[in-house]
Ligand binder design. Structure first.
Ligand code: PMP
Length: 384
């Protein structure tokens, strides 16, 4: 009974694995899960206290659909300072990050349009593109290019129907970070061919090597770029559902039409807490990033020591994307790890064909779990 539009959306490749996890747990198995895309820390206390204060002040009604002025101002300031994007509060729409991507697809894509994105990519991009009736056009990447799209391979796939390019640096699922040089070259392609850029920068603070660079800071790019970001990953706030889009006023007002007819606005009492997250002390956030870096080094060293596995050392986010030698599909490999080692990872093929022969391991898990999980994986590979 569902619409043709929904029928075109692939079932998430992670669902099968989660079903097996649920079944094994029910049977009493102790599963170590490395499949979650969220920090294992809790939200810093200053942010929680600010939210409680808003509730006590009974700040519980609708807010303006674009977000409260203080938060839009705080986001604009952060974006000017951190991202060198020349913007003001009127260039900000407060909305959950995932909803931002969904609205961007509905606002700018028509049936038949093509969208260029990295293979492998986070699964939601393809779903949103298809819901809008457009076509995902995957740009292959590999371990050799450290999973970044080269400008040449992007250009090769541009056609008269190309409407949008999606960038996600640092990336989910590979942790790759694009160089400023490549971003500049992709901006040239976007300008030359009149293409919109959706730049998902949600992992910008979780970066260990290189510097984050925002494409919208380049000359002539602001008007054709939707810069998307949010608090989930940086401040361990996944359940708060708070993110934003920074773009030209014209684009913000267009997308806001979708916002007013969908979620209306973000939750009211979380918005002052978002101001606190951005403008309050940043030491907790830095501590979390330092801990992720430590775990990245640990997990990569353990992968290197494991026969039959190797990996590109990720430069950002909290995922590693190892390649395995075994001659089997990524789904079979992940199922083997789950059944034999009681370790849950995400099959690489879930993120696109170039993800085959890989798996995604999220190291947003304790050091103890990482050591135990890698020992189990080593054991399961020996038994193949
Ligand atoms: N972009 C990327 C690349 C992500 O990995 C995620 C979360 N998995 C999101 C956006 C969505 O973030 P949120 O849950 O805050 O909507």
């Amino acid at each position: 009974m569902v619409s043709k539009r929904l029928q075109s959306v692939p079932v998430s490749g992670t669902v099968k694995i989660s079903n097996v996890v649920a079944q094994l747990r029910q049977e009493g198995a102790e599963i170590l899960s490395f499949s979650m895309g969220e920090p294992d820390f809790s939200t810093p206390d200053n942010i929680i206290d600010s939210c409680i204060a808003s509730l006590e002040d009974k700040f519980t009604q609708y807010t303006p659909s674009l977000g409260i002025p203080e938060l839009r101002e705080a986001i604009a300031r952060k974006t000017r300072e951190d991202n060198r994007i020349d913007c003001r509060a009127s260039n900000v729409l407060v909305t959950p990050t995932k909803h931002a991507i969904f609205m961007a697809a509905l606002a700018y894509l028509d049936p038949g349009d093509e969208v260029l994105l990295s293979d492998p990519s986070w699964v939601t991009y393809e779903a949103c593109i298809r819901l809008a009736g457009a076509w995902p056009v995957y740009v292959p990447t590999s371990d050799e290019t450290a999973f970044t799209m080269t400008p040449e391979s992007v250009l090769e796939r541009v056609t008269s129907r190309t409407r949008m390019i999606i960038l996600n640096s640092p990336s989910n699922p590979t942790g790759s970070v694009m160089s400023e040089e490549d971003i500049r070259a992709i901006a040239d392609i976007a300008r030359d061919h009149d293409i919109i850029v959706l730049s998902d920068e949600i992992y910008e603070k979780i970066i260990y090597e290189g510097e984050h660079f925002s494409i919208a800071s380049l000359d002539g790019m602001f008007d054709r770029t939707l810069t998307i970001n949010g608090l989930s990953k940086t401040y361990a706030m996944t359940g708060w559902r708070l993110g934003w889009i920074v773009a030209s006023e014209e684009n913000i007002n267009a997308i806001n039409r979708l916002q007013t007819h969908s979620v209306t606005c973000c939750t009211s009492f979380t918005q002052p807490a978002a101001v606190e997250a951005l403008q309050g002390p940043q030491d907790e956030m830095r501590r979390m990033v330092a801990e992720f870096r430590h775990r990245r080094d640990l997990v990569c060293d353990l992968i290197e020591d494991t026969k039959g596995l190797d990996c590109v050392r990720p430069k950002g986010a909290f995922y590693v994307f190892p390649r395995y030698e075994a001659d089997m599909s990524s789904e079979d490999f992940a199922t083997h790890l789950l059944k034999e080692a009681h370790v849950a990872v995400t099959p690489g093929g879930a993120f696109g064909p170039c993800g085959e022969r890989h798996f995604r391991l999220s190291y947003a898990a304790s050091e103890e779990h990482i050591k135990e999980g890698m020992a189990r994986i080593d054991d399961a590979i020996r038994r193949l």
